[in-house]
Write a protein that binds this ligand. Structure first.
Ligand code: PGA
Length: 256
């Protein structure tokens, strides 16, 4: 296990992929491959229509279900949105602040904060995603952007629980095949941990789990998992292939 006794965590974000039959095959294959794998927590985030199917498939297994997004409201006239409280009983985790939400749907730091509060308020566990765009990195603003996103996300949140999950996902590495180098990812994840320490104290920071995400595959995951501040991965494309996703989970467990 890495520093702080942190249990690594791998998330699979299916995004808007799979039809129902494909989802069922994938869920069954993941249970076959990964149920009871020691040394890593595995969270699968299918599209919303299959969340209930995932919860059924993972019942009595070690695998957890996560939502890809939530709305911040408790209820109301918000067509198409899903409240965090409506996911209780079906999912354990919810991704908040994914860059595809920020960039495609224009979600702001303030909305990410509201979503994070809603997830915490519902008793679910967030996976808070942050990451800089290519132009931020080019301009030398990576750490500044991460600090801004994190401080904004944590606004008004007095404390976070042990094992809180943050995904560092540089936007330029997502879905591009151009993963960050392990050193670049480590530097950013260390900066993320420093913000958590600054806000919530060194103890909580040492137990916070920080994933790297962005073109993670079975071939490159070990380089990330062996870094001191990286505690797993958030996986997009490779999460749709049960063999690749299982290999990633096993590599993370082995590195821990
Ligand atoms: P990718 O996506 O693995 O396809 O780059 C990662 C993510 O968006 O979480």
């Amino acid at each position: 296990m890495p520093d702080g006794g942190r249990l690594p965590i791998v998330g699979g974000n299916w995004k808007m992929h799979t039809d129902r039959a494909q989802a069922h095959r994938l869920l069954d294959a993941l249970v076959d491959e990964l149920d009871s794998l020691a040394g890593v927590e595995v969270v699968v985030c299918p599209p919303a229509p299959w969340l209930g199917d995932a919860a059924d498939a993972f019942e009595d297994t070690s695998l957890a279900v996560g939502a890809q997004d939530v709305h911040w409201g408790a209820q109301g006239a918000v067509t198409g949105a899903i409240a965090a409280s409506q996911l209780v009983g079906t999912v354990e985790y919810a991704i908040v602040g994914h860059s595809e939400r920020r960039n495609t749907f224009g979600e702001t730091d303030e909305q990410v904060n509201l979503k994070l509060r809603a997830v915490l308020g519902a008793g679910l566990r967030p996976i808070l995603a942050v990451g800089e765009r290519h132009e931020d990195r080019e301009a030398g603003r990576t750490i500044e952007v991460l600090q801004r996103q994190l401080h904004a996300a944590f606004e008004g949140i007095p404390q976070i629980e042990d094992g809180f999950v943050i995904a560092y996902e540089p936007v330029w590495a997502i879905g591009t095949g151009l993963a960050a180098s392990p050193e670049v990812a480590q530097e950013a994840c260390a900066a993320v941990r420093a913000v958590v320490a600054d806000r919530f104290g060194a103890d909580i920071a040492s137990r916070c789990r920080i994933q790297y995400g962005g073109s993670v595959n079975a071939g490159n995951v070990e380089g990330f998992a062996s870094q001191p501040d990286i505690d797993g991965a958030l996986v997009g494309g490779a999460a749709l292939h049960p063999d690749a996703f299982a290999a990633i989970c096993r590599a993370v467990a082995a590195a821990g």
